[in-house]
Design a protein around this ligand. Sequence first.
Ligand code: NAP
Length: 301
Amino acid sequence: MTAKLIDGVAVAQKIRDECRERVQRIIAQGGTPPGLAVIIVGSDPASQIYVRNKIRACANVGIKSFRFDYPADVSQDTVIDQIMQLNDDPAVHGILVQLPLPPTFDMSRILHSISADKDVDGFHLYNVGGLVVGGTVFPPCTPYGVLKLLEHEHITLEGKNVVVVGASNIVGKPMALMLMQHEATVCICHAKTRDLAQFTILADILVVAAGYPNLIQPEMVRTGAVVIDVGINRLSDGQLVGDVNFAGVVAKASYITPVPGGVGPMTVSMLLVNTITSCERWQQQNFVPIVKKFSSARAAT
Ligand code: NAP
């Protein structure tokens, strides 16, 4: 068996084309174009590249972007004041704080100061809660992208055994919750899991987001499984690889995502989708923002 490659570049492009049409529709109806504010603290080179890519992708579909750069020694209150202003700015429908933040920052305090109605990364407690009970407004972009890839390939989730390797707040946990919403039977593994292979071998669909090259070897994968590799690892020779031994697993799986070119391109596309969704929500008649009370992090501290 040779797995079918899931082409994340093509699916992401299709989603961006749909985004462009949605933006044109908003403008044709006399609405304010979608706006995304991006806050970056410090000069981490990878973060600079990610932010540049996000801003370029916004321009490509007609989303306005507003970039705010701060030095690593900026005070936390300065950043929170900026977020508060953006929470009230009608030209801004999405606010994103690029992670990681400098270690002196209280990440959750920053993230929870973003209005849940503009939380296009889906990290606010309100939106995380929505993942648990169903009906989140903004699904986190990377797991949302994984679901879109599966949907594109007509891979159904109901009743499937899905194993998620990795339990971070931004990928593994929301991924597992979203899969549960789709009625999969979900198992979450993490760094303390004993004998990882005894779980992964049961997976009809294996989603790997550990940040550990070659973690998943062919003998850990059931023949015919769907393998989604979220990991992005830069090897010492500069090569970019996922968490899965691609050369080995491609001969055993039915579908597999390559790295690069699999999940990666989807993440930015889903950010565009969330930003446009937010814009459309704000422009609905009778729109009532979800939670002013959740955006008062500064006052509470
Ligand atoms: P993270 O915060 O470091 O979390 C890694 C998770 O993997 C943790 O839950 C950890 O377990 C678990 N883990 C680590 N080593 C393991 C092992 N040997 N066996 C089983 N589980 C293990 O990382 P993240 O932000 O979730 O990102 C994970 C990977 O996805 C990284 O390579 C990252 O670059 C990539 N990523 C890609 C995209 C994209 O757009 N494609 C987006 C985000 C992240 P513990 O909880 O026990 O520590």
